[in-house]
Design a protein around this ligand. Structure first.
Ligand code: ADP
Ligand code: MG
Length: 710
């Protein structure tokens, strides 16, 4: 490494963030205190204070090279959006300009919202949308080819105040769980905690491939995943990639990603190779829910941006390659008080920890009551290739507790009281020079969609390219509802100890069916889950209706997270997103099959035919059975391809005529997806036969193994 490249992580961490330290040093004491209070306790900033903050923020950003600012928001597209304004004011009489940024500009932005999905909430005539500063997620300066830009995290609402984004309901759900969790803590005599915040750590999986090769694959360019592709001789069966040594080219890329993220205050912590070839993971240290959601967006943007600089391309799609593992996002979730208590910390003897047992059984109740909604929160088009498609985790929502807690619940249900907790045993390695250490009381379970992992739940169903906002909106709301019900009961109880004991037992008994510690992939589990009455929603279109289930509407409305109209609009957006995405995939397949694959196969058959004729001509007795067989086989597959292509084209044309919404989405799911599979099958068989030199795009082998070989 070049000497100049040495740097101290602690020095660069957060250097582009307008964080608490910067605020404290740059803002007048009174202003800092006001802002700090609003961040901690909520409330509104007066314009005078906002003006001072805006001015200092601008000065600081200009020192970092910023020329523009943007309200950075998260519309329902799943990506972030921004509109850049420069700091310059109207030129003065002397022809010079000033750089200005007012409190009003900081707090509120106005934008034409008509091109963002709103699901009918907002007619184009009422196109006004507003972005409002989320001061609990710090502003930052982003440096890239566009120069430097001051990014202000915001929430995005319509003229009439309806949420048009991911952030608004997230902040509402955080308020709901804060209020209900504080009620619960007070019941247990806690008078010191003033705030409870969901903590979230989102582990991000992704694939890295060579950019040149990526550009030669139209399916990857248009759809983000391969729509054709036969498996190479080597897949992931050797498991030699998982946690393997990270190759130089990838390591150099990861280093740059980390530096970019650290500067933005994202605590990128863990990186390793994943199970599939060319697959990797990045995990940050957890942060407060809305900040973690913002940070995950920054992680996804940074992974993509930096890849380009290294001649690489980052695929965030859930299933870029058939036949090898797909990518997901593990949403680690817990509840933390402002004075550092984790409500999901069981301690060494969970059976005695009554507050923990109440929190735990409330969460089990919430997940059981709203399993379909939780499943829907992780639905995205690409995720249909994971959930319910023989890949981790299954579409059936269940909770894994591990031996120790499952045993406590079992005691509660069978005898009404838990009297002991299983403890971890000493791990004996059999090697004298290795230290002995205590094993965890519980092993891991990789197949569970909702697993308790020590002091947090890990919701593993979220898709790799999806925002984690929706999953956390749902988790926060349903757990707030369960806490609320418990507190309603316990606050009026005469004998608290007895009442809480009975309630824990009741919840454990009524919701034990959601606990499953076995193999989530097995066929037996599908049957068993059906017997238990747990929903098994295999696709996005099956899952979407859960948002409008009366139980879901009631929970969202009760805590002011979504109105029914907002939910209806989101459902519309989801159906449309589904239809649009599959439409792109279908049309890309038609394009690639007709313009690239069929012509290439025709060339190959012509070559075979010529070879056959030439050999026959030169030597009438020669054995040409191989050429003949290949020609017959190829021609048969070619005609299957043509038939399947015609069917897909018809179906896509038919879909175009349908009105947007549920019916169209269902048609895409039930008719187009199978028609796409039917086209893929003969094409993949052809790829195995046709001369590699003549195949019009890089193969799976080229894409997956060449990067890892570097
Ligand atoms: P793995 O799931 O691979 O074992 P780790 O134990 O490293 O991974 O943790 C995964 C993620 O969980 C990290 O982002 C970490 O910051 C986050 N995490 C750890 N503790 C908590 C917590 N109490 N609440 C929320 N997230 C947490
Ligand atoms: Mg994990």
């Amino acid at each position: 490494m070049n000497e100049k490249e040495y740097f101290n992580v602690a020095d660069i961490f957060g250097e582009n963030v307008f964080n608490d330290t910067v605020m404290q040093t740059r803002l007048p004491k009174k202003v800092y205190k006001k802002l700090h209070d609003v961040i901690e306790q909520g409330g509104e900033l007066d314009l005078e204070t906002a003006d001072v903050i805006a001015h200092e923020m601008k000065e600081w950003a200009i020192e970092k090279g910023a020329t523009h600012y943007t309200h950075w928001f998260q519309p329902l597209t799943g990506f972030t959006a921004e509109k850049h304004d420069s700091f310059i004011s109207a030129p003065m009489e002397n022809g010079k300009v000033l750089m200005s940024f007012s409190g009003k500009e900081l707090i509120k932005g106005e934008t034409d919202a008509s091109s963002f999905p709103s699901g009918g909430l907002r007619a184009t005539v009422e196109a006004r949308g507003y972005t409002a500063w989320d001061c609990t997620s710090p502003a930052f300066v982003r440096q890239d080819a566009a120069g430097a830009t001051l990014c202000i995290p915001t929430a995005f609402c319509s003229y009439t105040g309806e949420a048009l984004d991911q952030k608004t309901p997230l902040l509402r759900s955080m308020e709901a769980i804060n209020e209900q969790a504080l009620r619960l803590l007070r019941l247990f005599g806690n008078t010191t905690s003033n705030k409870v915040t969901p903590s979230v750590g989102a582990e991000q999986e992704y694939f890295i491939i060579d950019r040149e090769k990526y550009l030669q694959r139209k399916d990857l360019v248009f759809a983000g995943r391969t729509l054709f592709g036969a498996m190479p001789p080597k897949g992931q069966e050797m498991d030699d990639h998982y946690f393997g040594t990270i190759r130089e080219r990838i390591a150099a890329y990861m280093k740059d990603v980390n530096i970019e993220l650290w500067k933005l205050g994202v605590a990128a912590k863990t990186q390793h190779n994943e199970v599939a070839p060319a697959q990797h993971e990045l995990a940050p240290i957890y942060a407060q829910c809305n900040v973690a959601v913002d940070h995950n967006q920054l992680i996804m943007e940074t992974l993509k941006k930096v890849a380009g600089r290294h001649g690489l391309h980052c695929l965030l799609h859930e299933k870029p390659f058939a036949g090898v593992n797909g990518s997901g996002k593990h949403d680690n979730w817990s509840l933390t008080t402002d004075d550092g208590i984790n409500l999901l910390e069981p301690g060494d003897t969970p059976h005695e920890n009554i507050q923990f047992l109440l929190v735990l059984t409330c969460i089990l109740k919430a997940v059981d009551d709203h399993a379909a909604l939780l499943r829907a929160s992780a639905a995205d088009v690409g995720n249909d290739h994971r959930l319910g498609a023989n890949e981790a985790p299954p579409a059936i929502i269940s909770a894994f507790l591990g031996e120790q807690l499952e045993d406590v619940i079992e005691q509660l249900v069978s005898t009404g009281a838990a009297t002991h907790s299983l403890t971890g045993k000493r791990l004996d390695t059999g090697v004298k020079t290795l230290p002995d250490f205590m094993k965890d009381a519980t092993d891991r379970n990789r197949t569970s969609p909702f697993a308790f992992t020590g002091n947090k739940f890990e919701f593993r169903s979220v898709g790799s390219q999806d925002s984690v906002a929706q999953a956390n909106v749902v988790l926060n709301t349903i757990v707030a509802e369960a806490f609320c019900e418990a507190c309603d009961e316990l606050e009026k109880a005469e004998d608290f100890s007895l009442a809480v004991h009975n309630l824990i037992k009741k919840y454990a008994t009524e919701h034990q069916r959601i606990i499953f510690n076995g193999d989530g992939y097995s066929k037996e589990w599908v049957k068993e889950a059906e017997r238990r009455g747990l929903p098994n929603l295999k696709s996005m279109v099956d899952a979407i209706p859960a948002y409008l289930d009366p139980k879901s509407v009631a929970a969202f409305e009760k805590f002011g997270v979504f109105t029914k109209a907002e939910l209806e609009s989101r459902v519309e957006v989801e159906y449309e997103t589904y239809a649009k995405s599959i439409n792109i995939e279908g049309r890309a397949m038609i394009d690639i099959a007709s313009k690239q694959i069929i012509p290439a196969v025709i060339k190959y058959t012509t070559m075979l035919g010529n070879s056959l004729a030439t050999v026959k001509n030169a030597c009438p007795d020669a054995d040409v059975s191989v050429q003949t067989e290949l020609l017959l086989e190829t021609s048969a597959l070619l005609s299957d391809t043509k038939v399947a292509l015609a069917r897909l084209t018809d179906a896509v044309d038919q879909a175009k005529e349908m009105p947007r919404g549920k019916e169209q989405a269902v048609f895409f799911h039930e008719k187009i997806v199978p028609a796409m599979e039917a086209l893929r099958s003969p094409v993949d068989a052809l790829e195995m036969i046709v001369d590699k030199e003549m195949w019009p795009m890089p193969s799976y082998g080229d894409l997956l193994f060449e990067v890892s070989a570097l």
